[in-house]
Design a protein around this ligand. Structure first.
Ligand SMILES: Nc1ncnc2c1ncn2[C@@H]1O[C@H](COP(=O)(O)OP(=O)(O)OP(=O)(O)O)[C@@H](O)[C@H]1O
Ligand SMILES: [Mg+2]
Length: 281
């Protein structure tokens, strides 16, 4: 689809019902979903549209997840074959944004460290409630004045329910090796797991610190832009060293332990929070 997809009038009306008359700003559009920020006199909302068979299914699933989560509210509907939902806009910077001073070389790291710990605790709470996020990314933690909130539940799964028909592990750069192996060789369907979320969580914090995905693909002869996700996952199974930059050695050594541990001995999100809270900023 060229340019931004048109936002369905039904979704705009649903946003206006909570925010008053809204104006829209396009935020992202890729792989069958588009997100707008709707702002009106009474507040802000995120509108997500899923189009095409896959985009519509993913968005319907995400709306169902938001509906099941006690801390979120959602209104969802269809516009022809497309699926949309509206949920309150969460105000605050992402973890990626909060780590900008670290990437720029600042030694004043007490605040980003506290933010990292808070993100881990939010993931721990999510796991304790029986959920797995499935696609943690540097932009998927929003640090609001009332705590860190996760977004983008497109691949989230509640333990004890049927797994999704197909799950490819969220963003490929943060797929845990055991999950990459299971995607390649089964058994299917693949289930996301809390342990794989913790790998992604450590990878998120590594990426926020260094500005690069955690694995040094070039060291094993891969050029990311020439490598498809399946081939990249195969390399992840085989083993790729971590990138060499260590701008924050103590913080990164905690993360490196998580990123190199096998799933069975990987710490939980709560344990990672505890280990990071002992780091000297
Ligand atoms: N409820 C929300 N509150 C604040 N920001 C939001 C909200 N929902 C989405 N966003 C913003 O829109 C961006 C895209 O949303 P989201 O990650 O859900 O879409 P996506 O199409 O799945 O993107 P990707 O495939 O890259 O993960 C987020 O990174 C965030 O900046
Ligand atoms: Mg996203």
């Amino acid at each position: 689809m060229g340019g931004f997809a048109p936002c369905p009038p039904e979704a705009v009306a649903a946003a206006a019902a909570v925010c008053g008359p809204v104006s829209l700003t396009g935020i992202t559009e890729r792989r069958g979903t588009a997100v707008w920020r709707a702002v009106g006199p009474l507040g802000g909302a995120a509108i997500k549209l899923g189009y095409g068979a896959e985009g519509a299914e993913i968005t319907a699933r995400e709306a169902a997840t938001l509906d099941a989560l006690p801390d979120y509210t959602v209104v969802a509907g269809r516009s022809g074959a497309d699926v949309w939902y509206v949920t309150p806009w969460l105000d605050g910077p992402s973890t990626w944004e909060l780590f900008r001073p670290v990437r720029d070389g600042s030694q004043d790291r007490a605040a980003p460290l506290a933010d990292a710990v808070a993100l881990c605790r939010t993931v721990a709470d999510f796991h304790a409630a029986g959920w797995v996020h499935g696609d943690l990314q540097p932009a998927h933690g929003i640090h609001t004045t009332s705590g860190v909130r996760l977004i983008d539940f497109a691949w989230s799964w509640r333990e004890g329910t049927d797994p999704w028909r197909e799950f490819n592990g969220g963003i490929t750069h943060l797929v845990a090796p055991e999950l990459a192996a299971r995607i390649a060789t089964g058994p299917q369907p693949v289930k996301p797991s809390p342990a794989a979320d913790v790998y992604a969580l450590a990878g998120v914090l590594w990426t926020c610190t260094t500005g690069r995905w955690p694995l040094d693909y070039e060291a094993v002869g891969f050029t990311v832009k020439d490598t498809g996700p399946a081939e990249l996952r195969q390399a992840i199974v085989t083993g790729i060293p971590l990138t060499g930059a260590r701008p924050w050695p103590q913080f990164q050594s905690v993360l490196a332990e998580v990123l190199t541990a096998s799933a069975s001995v990987r710490p939980t999100a709560g344990e990672l929070a505890g280990r990071l809270s002992e780091v000297i900023p």
